[in-house]
Write a protein that binds this ligand. Structure first.
Ligand SMILES: [Zn+2]
Length: 178
């Protein structure tokens, strides 16, 4: 909503005076006795030119208040403005085409990423199986060393036992001799 100048001088509805006595911009009132608001025209003949309009216009009210705020543009200004608009439109089209190109490029990127992901997955499963092999080998080594330990203990025990037995037999034969 435009806030040019003072409150609405709506004593007289449909005021068409936009400039106050002190050169101050006054907000006019429409035929509904409501403060008008400033809009911008985008039609070819008056592109960018501002005008006062009724706030209820969009609500389908019959108030047809209309008052130009900006003076009409000179022919040269209109021509410059048209050129700028054309330039803007062509740039917009170019931007849109770049955007759509970027969007079309995305599936290709996705496919590349998918290939990389598959490769990484393959490498990962290979590493896992290698790790599994190493684990198994480690378990086997541990089992073997445990068995070796048990067997050496058993051997040691047998040797000790046989020594003890032979000593006791010797003692017995000595006792018999005495
Ligand atoms: Zn109105």
């Amino acid at each position: 909503m435009a806030s040019h100048g003072s409150a609405c001088p709506c004593g007289s509805s449909g005021s068409s005076s936009a400039i106050g006595s002190g050169g101050q911009v006054m907000t006019p009132c429409c035929y509904c006795s409501v403060e008008a608001y400033l809009k911008t025209s985008y039609i070819e003949q008056n592109f960018g030119r501002r005008f006062w309009s009724c706030v209820n216009y969009k609500l389908g009210r019959s108030c047809r208040f209309f008052h130009w705020y900006d003076p009409p543009m000179c022919v040269h200004g209109k021509r410059i403005l048209r050129q700028l608009r054309e330039k803007h439109e062509s740039l917009s089209i170019e931007v849109d085409s770049h955007v759509s190109m970027a969007e079309h490029g995305t599936p290709q990127k996705n496919a590349e990423l998918e290939v990389i992901t598959l490769q990484l997955r393959g490498e990962l499963s290979q590493l896992r199986s290698e790790l599994e092999t190493i684990k198994k080998k480690n378990d086997e080594d541990q089992r073997i060393s445990r068995n070796v330990l048990i067997m050496s203990w058993a051997f040691f025990s047998i040797v000790m036992l046989s020594k003890l037995l032979s000593r006791s037999t010797n003692d017995e034969s000595l006792a018999l001799l005495q």
